[in-house]
Design a protein around this ligand. Structure first.
Ligand code: CA
Length: 253
């Protein structure tokens, strides 16, 4: 194994952890210093010297393992890492619909690097050398911002390619961006994503989405589909998600 895994002993209820933080940093001195400081403050820390730990944890999600990425409350991520670089990891996690807060650590301090870090979906950015107190304060802030997260393990979260839909929160993320949908558009998308590949006729969609308050004709469905495409498709005139099935209706793929 290339990475090291060090986890604090299980804590009792009286000293409950403030959160579980994954620290990915190849420089041992920095990694150990950060891990120690966070543990002193009451965080549980998983320390890794390689980004592959993140990929491994991500893949453990389906097993319901308590060592999966779902159990992580925040990630502190170095940019210059062996094998997979931090920016690529960050971008990859966001593409997978992961909302775990990420703080990037880097020796690179230029404005450009900072902007790129935030653009790939990091929540915060700290330049080396940094004070551990500032780091701890920022981790606390990250966790406060994320105090009421929908657990990504929630089976009702729908994720297809670059679209993630959170039914209980009525939120939709498309290519890392949150989009605004009307209630009808949201329910349409939710229905489609719940039944990928199923073909829906316009009448079936009216029955499911509009119910008794339906006032228009089947063209109303087409109009809503067009609006939805404009919000979710990269190229609405050549849809990749919401496809027309000629003579039948629509399907989501
Ligand atoms: Ca490094």
């Amino acid at each position: 194994m290339v990475f090291t895994l060090s986890v604090e002993p299980t804590q009792t209820n009286s000293q409950r952890s403030l959160g579980r933080v994954l620290v990915v940093e190849d420089e041992e001195l920095i990694r150990e210093t950060v891990a120690l400081s966070l543990r002193d403050e009451g965080f549980e820390v998983i320390a890794a010297e390689d980004g592959r730990m993140i990929v491994d944890l991500f893949h453990q999600q389906d097993d319901g393992s308590d060592r999966s990425l779902d159990s992580i409350d925040a990630i502190i991520l170095d940019l210059m890492l062996p094998s997979i670089n931090g920016l690529d990891l960050c971008r990859w996690l966001r593409q997978k619909g992961q909302t775990v807060p990420i703080l990037i650590l880097s020796a690179k301090g230029s404005e450009t690097d900072r902007v790129v870090g935030l653009e790939v979906g990091a929540d915060d950015y700290l330049t080396k050398p940094f004070g551990v107190r500032e780091l701890v304060a920022r981790v606390r802030a990250l966790l406060r911002r994320n105090r009421y997260p929908i657990p990504p393990s929630n089976p009702s979260v729908l994720r297809i390619k670059d679209i993630t839909l959170f039914p209980q929160e009525c939120r939709v993320i498309v290519r890392d961006q949150e989009i605004n949908l009307s209630p009808k558009e949201f329910r349409l998308l939710e229905l489609f994503m719940n039944h990928p590949r199923r073909v829906w006729s316009r009448d079936q969609l009216i029955e499911r989405i509009w119910e008794a308050d339906f006032m228009g004709d089947t063209k109303t469905v087409d109009v809503h589909i067009r609006w939805l495409r404009e919000k979710i498709e990269l190229d609405p005139s050549h849809p990749e998600y919401l496809l027309t099935v000629r003579g039948f209706g629509y399907r989501f793929s």
